[in-house]
Design a protein around this ligand. Structure first.
Ligand SMILES: Cc1cc2nc3c(=O)[nH]c(=O)nc-3n(C[C@H](O)[C@H](O)[C@H](O)COP(=O)(O)OP(=O)(O)OC[C@H]3O[C@@H](n4cnc5c(N)ncnc54)[C@H](O)[C@@H]3O)c2cc1C
Length: 327
């Protein structure tokens, strides 16, 4: 059987791995201690936060079919939240998310989806792939400790574009595209409280501020945790302040959030921060993935399409579909 190494256990990598698993020997390498990538959940007892993707929509027939068993088994559920839009610290629109366009979340956390997908896969966690080198017609992978991770017929990086360009040979025809892609940063501020703040919304888009999003994470289905908030900075503010001290960033984002909602949040019982260097990217045109039959390399990731959960799925799904035909 063909040996394939997939680099990254985010949704694009796990989608490709799940599809290819019947057709080849698959090994997924993930540098983090858990699966999910940017579909992330952080536990800070008694709180838990989805500090990456907040929810996702399912538009294509393929993605709807892919998530259908997860819906049946309660791995995902619609978040019937009350959504608000803020402009200049005022709510200008408020509506209930509706059943005909479900806003899905993982249950009990966003990373439940990746845990479910990886249950029958060979996933090696805490392994950072440092290099891939062609040796005797195979790809040899080495980790950042100088250890060899084996030889593979195919290699499929599914990391953000900048990280993929550090791994891939510059002779590859998709290399100029990798170099061109500029993903944007984002800060996630996590705030936990001893009491319910009784806000007028469950999720809010914020305009005209350095924060862009507030959600009451504890209102998502299956959380059953004390009241907690997840705040995202704008991508621009994060790009400009990525290397500022984390206390300073937390203080600033917390005070901006207090101003927007008109409630002093400085008494939060829990405060933490995550800085995403490669969080997001706007709509792209062109292919959904890259596949080089001669070099035996495929590349996928949301950034081929857009910084969205469904885009990550589509990229991994399309690459795997094409590869299966060739195997
Ligand atoms: C703050 C934030 C908010 C978001 N909100 C939403 C939202 O509300 N709705 C929505 O649809 N989308 C949202 N997104 C986007 C969504 O999370 C992504 O589109 C999707 O999760 C990307 O999946 P992926 O598999 O392409 O990449 P990733 O999830 O980034 O997976 C790549 C994986 O590769 C691993 N990796 C990297 N380098 C190496 C290496 N050298 N060796 C081994 N492993 C490596 C990483 O650790 C990671 O796990 C958000 C993202 C962020 C960051």
């Amino acid at each position: 059987m063909t040996n394939i190494a997939i680099i990254g256990a985010g949704l694009s990598g796990l989608t490709a791995a799940t599809k290819l698993n019947q057709h080849a020997n698959i090994t997924v390498f993930e540098k983090a201690g858990g699966v999910g990538g940017r579909m992330a959940t952080r536990h800070a007892a008694p709180y838990s936060f989805d500090h990456g993707a907040q929810f996702f929509l399912a538009r294509t027939a393929e993605f709807k079919a892919f998530i259908s068993p997860m819906l049946t088994q309660g791995i995902i559920a619609p978040w019937d939240g009350c959504f608000a839009e803020f402009e200049n610290k005022k709510i200008i629109l408020k509506r209930q998310w509706v059943e005909d366009k479900p806003h899905y979340v993982g249950v009990p956390g966003m990373n439940a989806i990746a845990k479910y997908l990886s249950r029958d896969l060979n996933v090696r966690l805490d392994v950072k792939v440092q290099s891939i080198t062609k040796k005797n017609d195979k790809w040899q992978l080495d980790d950042d400790q100088g250890k060899t991770l084996g030889e593979y017929d195919w290699v499929i990086p599914t990391t953000p574009a900048q990280q993929a360009s550090e791994l891939l040979p510059s002779s590859l025809s998709c290399y100029p595209k990798l170099d061109e892609i500029k993903m944007k940063a984002c800060f996630s501020l996590m705030l936990g409280f001893e009491h319910d703040l009784s806000l007028a919304f469950d999720a809010a888009l914020v305009r005209g501020n350095d924060i862009s999003w507030i959600s009451v994470n504890s209102t998502k289905p299956g959380r059953g945790k004390p009241f907690c908030l997840l705040v995202h900075s704008t991508n621009q503010w994060a790009d400009d302040h990525l290397y500022d001290g984390s206390d300073q960033v937390m203080e600033y984002l917390s005070s901006q959030t207090s101003e927007v909602i008109g409630f002093d949040l400085s008494g939060a019982a829990h405060k933490s921060l995550h800085g995403w260097h490669f969080a997001n990217i706007g709509k792209q045109t062109g292919e959904t993935h890259f596949l080089d039959m001669e070099q035996q390399i495929a590349v996928c990731g949301d950034w081929f399409i857009q910084g969205r959960v469904e885009a990550a799925f589509t990229s991994g799904f399309d690459a795997a579909t094409k590869l299966i035909r060739a195997l």
